[in-house]
Structures are given as C-alpha cells and as structure tokens.
Design a binder for this molecule. Structure first.
Ligand SMILES: [Zn+2]
Length: 272
C-alpha cells in the first residue's frame, strides 16, 4: 500500500502531468468508486481545470477549483497514463481525460475511491477528519510525540495509527524504529526522551530520503510514469528477514506486532 513517500510522488507526478489542463471526459466503472456516482462524476469534473495537487496523510487531493478530488489508493491502486480514452472497467476503475492529454486511469480502486468534495468540506472526509499531524508539518514536534507517547500502547501500533501521525505505514514504521534503535513491541510510555527524539528525526529523515528516491517498490507500487521507486534498495530491515543486520550482523527476524509483519534486529533494537 502506498505510504506517505509514494503518495507524495504520485501527487507531484499528477501536478507535472495535468495542472493547468481542462478535463474533457471523465468516468467511473461503478457507483462505489466515488461518492459522486456514475452520473455525477463526469457532471462535476468535465469543464474544470486541475489547479493543483496535494496530499493529506496517504490521500491524494486534486484541486479542480470548486471541486476537490480525494483519491485513496489502497493496496494495489495505481495511476497510469493511457494512450487514448476508454470506458472505465473493473481494472480501470476511474478515468479522467485532459485536453491534449494525458488520459489518466486510476486502477483498482476497489478498496479505495475517487471521491469529489466541495473544497471547504474536504476536512470532513471520514479519513481526513481523523488525521494526526503530517510529519513535515510544524505540528509534528518532539514535544508532540512526548505527549502522545504517554500511552501504554506499543510504539509500532501508535506510529501506524493515522490519528497519531499521518502517512506512515508498515514499511516506514519498521525502518524508523530500526533507525531509532527501538523495538516495535516497546510500550510508548517506557521510551526515553532520547529514543523519542531519535524516532522524530528518523521519521523525517527516512521519509525525506524515500521521497527523493521516489518511494519503495516491493509489490505493485509504480509512479504515474510507470517507473518503480528506488528506496527498496535502502531498506535496512523491511523484507530483509533472514539477512544479516547492516549495522551489527545479527539475523533480522520477522514476527507480528500490532497485527502486521514486523522486521527487527534484536541486538540494535533491544526489548528493554
Ligand atoms: Zn543490528
């Protein structure tokens, strides 16, 4: 599933491809792809110009002036460019054609969606209304983390919780906790100030580097130009079970924490 870096890359790709262009055709395959419905989707989009793109957590926002597209690519959702218009189908679930190209297909939105909102109501979207601070926002500070980490919950579970920090998922939480030297099962309220500072700086540093390398591809993720990311070559623990830790040589082990496959070096990330 695309996390903050991958969603940032796709959002920036869409800006490069289509900002300033007018929508000439649009469609969705079935009513459950968008809150606008099969008839409302083109009715609300055709004739509008894409004015900008953004990101809220793992959600792409598309600014069409009086309408905002809210796109959630869950698991295998992708954005691809088509050579020409085609009718939406169960693979190409939403399609938007811009004047003079591109024709963008939002593929496999079966668990995700391409909702259309009035701009002033985007904050009421069920996923957006509950988002915690973005890691690159001014609200994301060491003090903020110290406050939310007063809870007894596992640190991994808290970092995955979008209402605590917006945009992190399984890949980057494992990498952040390894970089910070913190075991994922640690209770947040047992972390030292130093460990919290390390989680804070690892979060920003790793996400920034992953965006520069255009994200991580280990399953279906590709950018809007069809290219894979390159951060998978920098992963230190995620998907590396059975390999030696790049820091100390201890074998990286995979277990389940917070319901997710979790990769740990038990030497670099002691339990306590
Ligand atoms: Zn190690």
């Amino acid at each position: 599933m695309p996390e903050l870096p991958e969603v940032t890359v796709i959002s920036e790709d869409l800006r490069e491809l289509a900002v300033g262009k007018e929508v000439v055709r649009a469609g969705i395959f079935r009513d459950d792809v968008s809150n606008a419905g099969v008839a409302g989707f083109p009715a609300k989009l055709v004739g509008r110009t894409l004015e900008g793109t953004g990101r809220r957590g793992k959600i792409i926002t598309l600014d069409f002036g009086e309408v905002t597209g809210v796109v959630h690519l869950v698991i295998s959702g992708r954005v691809v460019q088509l050579p020409a218009w085609r009718e939406p189908d169960k693979t190409h679930t939403a399609i938007v054609e811009f004047e003079g190209g591109p024709v963008l297909a939002f593929k496999k939105l079966w668990l995700g969606y391409f909702d259309l909102y009035e701009p002033e109501r985007v904050g009421e979207h069920p996923l957006i209304s509950r988002l915690g601070p973005d890691p690159f926002s001014e609200d994301f500070t060491v003090e903020y983390l110290k406050n939310v980490f007063k809870r007894k919950a596992s640190i991994k579970g808290l970092l995955l919780d979008q209402s605590v920090v917006a945009g992190l998922g399984n890949i980057y939480v494992d990498e952040v906790l390894f970089a910070a030297g913190v075991h994922p099962i640690r209770k947040a309220n047992t972390l030292s100030s130093l460990e919290i500072e390390q989680i804070y700086s690892a979060t920003r540093g790793i996400l920034r580097e992953a965006i520069e390398l255009r994200g991580t591809t280990f399953d279906s993720y590709h950018d809007a130009f069809g290219e894979t990311g390159k951060y998978q070559h920098r992963l230190k623990v995620f998907t590396r079970a059975g390999e030696p830790c790049p820091v100390c040589g201890t074998e990286i082990r995979k277990s389940r924490v917070a319901g997710r496959g979790t990769h740990v070096c038990a030497t670099c990330q002691p339990v306590g």
